[in-house]
Design a protein around this ligand. Sequence first.
Ligand code: FES
Length: 180
Amino acid sequence: MVQTINYSLLPTPFSLPSQIMMNPTQQPPTDNHLQKLDRTIKRYQYQQDALIEILHTAQEIFGYLEENILLHIAHSLKLPPSQVYGVATFYHLFSLKPPAQHTCIVCTGTACYFQGNQTILTKLEKSTHIRAGQTTADGKLSLHTARCLGTCGLAPVVLFDGVLFGRTTSEFIGEQMSKI
Ligand code: FES
């Protein structure tokens, strides 16, 4: 029987783009959100060491780290854009793409692997026409994998929109998918 747990774990995984084009003529957006970001940068006294904290704040404000925002932060901290982009792409907590409407994370840790999650993942990839780490073209679903979601006793485990489904099956996950 499939077990469902309300789960507040909300990772923000993302796929790395192959490259990013920084257009120096692009102007950063000028709205209240940007002013909020600027206040944070000022609070950190424009310290380059505060880059990670500032990126966190920017993601909280904007939902993800858009190219213009990275450029704006680089300019404000007098850092090379490549360095800011490098930090933003290194940490999986940061996302450079707008979040999809729904997120499905298939655990591919050892316990889940041996309980059949690879089959679930393969079926999901087939039915959605995307690979793990990608988002559907309509922005509805992001599919990701995780090494362990910390509930190995419930393997195989899938986290769907923050709700953890344990001892699940590909049929059950297929039903959840059909609802969206
Ligand atoms: S291996 Fe899947 S929850 Fe630990």
